[in-house]
Design a protein around this ligand. Structure first.
Ligand code: SF4
Length: 274
């Protein structure tokens, strides 16, 4: 059986950077915590906990110590609250996310109504919305874009991990909504590269394995894309592999989300070599 890895897979720049920041702040007395899971990968979160980097879901859980802001970023209120509590803030917001946050903020300051194209419940999208502050909405379907009212000045930004094709489809519905339109395509290359490489590979193999957290939006999207081309399973670890998936399969493709650690990808690759 031939097993092929996608040309681009696994940790992206922003995640690598955030994990590095977390490692750098690990301490035996456990005084450093990430606000929310550092990445959407339960195995990585567990490993960091062993190294002494905890995870809290709210600043209410911290009285002192270091709080690490994860790559998805947070809104300005969180920085203010952490500062008021005297916490040491270590910011691992991905620079691409920071760019989307600041783009939304400056569009609103320049008088634009802002549309953020992205999943409304995604933490990154929530953070972009919070930086925009006012006069901003989140849309994630062409139907919602059609229903968006006309306005004088319209600015569009995007969740960094949103699909390029879906972004174009939604943005196209907004083109006639204002005379003055500014589109800031804040999608990050890592997403496009992983999606294009996964789609290409899915077209060449009998079965795709998409490795990564079930709670990872970008991994889930990779699986959705691959399913359009061939039989696809989304797994978190090699332990989920099932023998019957490999019946009459000659070629397997493997891809992984931007938040999937190398060691998990390697394990899946090794176990597929049968
Ligand atoms: S996918 Fe892109 S924007 Fe998101 S953390 Fe990775 S490098 Fe940053």
């Amino acid at each position: 059986m031939e097993v092929i890895l996608a040309d681009y897979l696994g940790f992206c720049y922003g995640v690598k950077r955030a994990i590095g920041v977390a490692h750098d702040n690990a301490s035996e007395d456990g005084t450093a915590s990430t606000l929310g899971p550092i990445i959407h990968n339960p195995q990585m979160v567990e490993q960091l906990e062993k190294e002494g980097v905890g995870c809290v879901s709210s600043l209410d859980e911290l009285e002192s110590g270091t709080v690490i802001i994860r790559s998805h970023g947070v809104g300005p209120a969180v920085y203010n609250e952490a500062k008021a509590k005297g916490l040491n803030v270590v910011d691992a917001t991905c620079p691409h996310v920071r760019n989307a946050q600041m783009s939304a903020k400056s569009l609103v300051e320049d008088g634009y109504s802002v549309v953020i194209i992205g999943e409304p419940k995604h933490p990154e999208v929530k953070s972009i919305l919070e930086w925009a502050g006012r006069n901003a909405v989140v849309l994630d379907t062409p139907e919602e874009a059609q229903a968006f009212p006309a306005c004088g000045k319209l600015g569009i930004v995007c969740q960094t991990t949103f699909s390029g094709a879906a972004f174009r489809e939604i943005a196209a519905e907004l083109l006639d909504k204002a005379k003055d339109i500014k589109i800031l395509r804040t999608i990050c290359n890592a997403t496009d590269q992983r999606q294009a490489a996964a789609l290409k590979l899915a077209g060449e193999v009998d079965l795709m394995l998409v490795v990564g957290g079930k709670n990872s939006a970008n991994t889930t999207r990779l699986a959705e894309l691959c399913r359009k081309k061939c039989m696809t399973y989304h797994i978190e670890t090699a332990a989920e592999l099932q023998d019957e998936w490999f019946d009459k399969i000659n070629k397997i493709g493997i891809t992984a989300g931007a938040s999937t650690p190398d060691w998990i990808i390697k394990e899946v690759y090794k176990q597929c070599q049968r």
